[in-house]
Design a binder for this molecule. Structure first.
Ligand code: B12
Ligand code: SF4
Ligand code: SF4
Length: 277
């Protein structure tokens, strides 16, 4: 586009948010970047719906006919004038609700709905709980499934079910992030790009189950769920690796960071893990 003389700018894939709680800058809410509203500067999902690429379906993820919801999105803003594709008419989501069963923090309701109007059409999807639930889940502070028989790639957990009081869940999300020795200070403000391309950064997302469960072939969705439910739980071994073991072979231990960590039963010691501070 630039070669043809138009302006074009790539929008960050993620991790850019508007200020909240009356702040003038998204980074000034607290010293640790503990945002919970997460209103983006531009919503890739909403743009993709308007561009006819896919639709928001039950899980609230954008779903395309070709790849299901196992897609990540990027946007280029340009001064070029283009004819938009028509909105997608096809309904790739069959409301199987599998997405609601693979979330360790039960973010999406399997009955209630919410909606947003994009390009003059109302899009209805599963009611989303507060973002703080997923912040705790996908960032890895709680990876154990509600029945404690499966987990995400996180080895950590907190008390579950969470409180019904949203303020308590927000508070928990702020506490675990503040206590996390790995994610405080300036690192909290890195963009997705900086996280991915800085050789000194390890970008760890431990869950995207609600989006990755329904990929392109319908027959694979149940199989994906079965694999998740029957592959045991992930533990941290003494080599620092995350490995899956049968549920009965995992033991939880306290840490100094409010979360518990699952370790292999044979490696478990009576004494708690020593503090690194
Ligand atoms: C915020 C955010 C989150 C939040 C909230 C998610 C949500 N459902 O809105 C949390 C932390 C929960 C989250 C989780 C995940 N996310 Co996320 N996330 C985003 C982000 C930054 C914006 C999402 C968005 O557009 N939400 C719509 C909003 C803002 O809606 P809302 O909170 O329901 O309603 C508020 C708005 O209407 C707001 N509002 C008021 N005024 C205005 C004005 C404007 C312009 C807007 C936009 C909103 C707004 O007020 C409402 C009430 O609070 C995008 C990146 C981006 N910049 O687009 C990635 C993105 C949506 N995430 C993504 C992914 C993959 C995930 C996860 C799977 C985790 C992971 N491993 O990456 C989970 C999926 C959870 C789920 N089922 O939705 C992908 C989605 C790909 C896809 N196929 O859809 C994106 C697009 C990143 C990317 N570049 O690919 N995410
Ligand atoms: S798993 Fe996918 S197809 Fe099934 S209800 Fe959820 S979003 Fe729709
Ligand atoms: S990314 Fe994981 S924790 Fe977050 S809503 Fe989806 S399934 Fe739940």
């Amino acid at each position: 586009m630039k070669v043809k003389g138009y302006d074009a700018v790539g929008i960050e894939a993620n991790s850019i948010y508007r200020p909240e709680d009356g702040a003038t800058d998204a980074k000034t809410v607290s010293g640790f970047g503990l945002l919970v509203g997460l209103v983006p500067n531009l919503s890739h999902r909403y743009r993709a719906v308007a561009a006819g690429i896919g639709q928001l379906w039950w899980s609230d993820n954008l779903m395309t006919p070709q790849f299901g919801s196992a897609v990540f999105l990027a946007t280029v803003l340009t001064s070029t004038s283009m004819e938009p594709d028509p909105l997608l008419e096809e309904d790739p989501c069959d409301k199987c609700k599998l997405c609601t069963t693979v979330c360790p923090v039960e973010l999406i309701s399997n009955k209630q709905t919410m909606s947003v109007t994009i390009a003059n059409r109302e899009h209805v999807y599963g009611r989303k709980g507060h973002n703080a639930r997923c912040i705790i889940g996908r960032r890895g502070y709680h990876g154990l499934g509600p029945n404690e028989k499966w987990s995400t790639w996180s080895t950590f957990s907190v008390d579950y079910p969470f409180s019904d009081n949203v303020a308590d869940v927000i508070d928990l999300s702020r506490r675990v992030r503040s206590a996390d020795p790995d994610r405080q200070s300036t690192r909290a403000f890195l963009t997705q790009r900086e996280r991915c391309f800085n050789p000194n950064e390890t970008y760890t997302n431990t869950c995207a189950n609600c989006g990755l469960i329904c990929w392109e072939k319908r027959n694979d969705w149940e199989e994906n769920r079965r694999l998740l439910m029957e592959s045991g739980v992930v533990v941290l071994n003494t080599k620092g690796e995350r490995v899956a073991v049968p549920e009965g072979e995992a033991v939880e231990m306290d840490t100094p960071y409010e979360v518990r960590v699952a370790v292999p039963r044979q490696e478990a010691r009576a004494s708690p893990i020593p503090s690194t501070s």
